[in-house]
Design a protein around this ligand. Structure first.
Ligand code: PEP
Length: 246
């Protein structure tokens, strides 16, 4: 909000098929959104098929390394070549399911930046961490690793997504107040490094955003849009969410 352009990114995860990818892309391209920037993050194999289109593409992950013997990994340069402008890094499904450390996530963000991609860096706490009252210290550790790796001067060039793990894919959305409290904390943390960059950086909320709750979340002063999982696979609902950020 304020002077920051709202951003809504759809994370399709490992869902659908080429037909669905094409039809979601058609629906999004036909929509007229004046203000909100919209990004879709399809699975890697579909990037090439969507790369000549007008919609803005992102990937769901990137290697921390430039090139070489890393079977199964995809480099930032390759994503760039396929027309990606964004890449999600440090999604909790990568941190937890693929043991990605804070340091690795920081390296991935730096690698993305070095190829001109904007990393959407995910942070967020588990239910257990929240119950223990450790949300802020947990997020601070995640942010520190990112800033250490990219350098304070690059803060304005990234996007942060606050995604409480207990809200992802559970239908248990954070309340607007819960989201705002953590978004304010994130901006405050970054302001200690670089106040001007902290005022510019876009901080997205993710975790069970739907057409019915997007507007109240996006109305919070430090919530600049959303990272959308399940609801990004239904074009009408996704566009309702994009509209709510407009
Ligand atoms: C996500 O995984 O980035 C996400 C926010 O998922 P969902 O919207 O399905 O909770």
């Amino acid at each position: 909000t304020q002077s920051r352009q709202p951003l809504v990114a759809g994370n399709w995860k490992m869902n659908g098929n080429l037909t669905l990818a094409e039809s979601l892309a058609d629906g999004i391209e036909q929509a007229e959104l004046q203000v909100t920037e919209v990004v879709v993050c399809p699975p890697f194999p579909y990037l090439a098929a969507l790369s000549k289109r007008t919609l803005t593409l992102g990937a769901q992950d990137v290697s921390a390394c430039e090139s070489g013997a890393y079977t199964g990994d995809v480099s930032a340069a390759m994503l760039n070549e396929m027309g990606c402008r964004y890449v999600i890094v440090g999604h909790s499904e990568r941190r937890d399911g693929h043991q990605e450390s804070n340091a690795l996530v920081g390296e991935k963000a730096a690698q993305a930046l070095s190829q001109g991609l904007t990393p959407i860096v995910c942070v967020g706490e588990s239910e257990q961490t929240r119950q223990a009252g450790l949300v802020e210290s947990h997020i601070a550790e995640q942010l520190k690793a990112i800033v250490d790796s990219i350098g304070g001067e690059a803060i304005a060039k990234i996007v942060i997504a606050y995604e409480p793990i207990w809200a992802i894919g559970t239908g248990q959305t954070a309340t607007p107040e819960q989201a705002q409290a953590v978004h304010r904390f994130i901006r405050g943390y970054l302001a200690e490094v670089d106040p001007a960059a902290a005022a510019k950086i876009r901080i997205l909320y993710g975790g069970s955003v739907k057409g019915s709750n997007a507007a109240e979340l996006f109305a919070q002063p430090d919530v600049d849009g959303g990272l959308i999982g399940g609801a990004s696979l239904k074009v009408d609902e996704f566009l309702t969410i994009c509209q709510a950020a407009n």
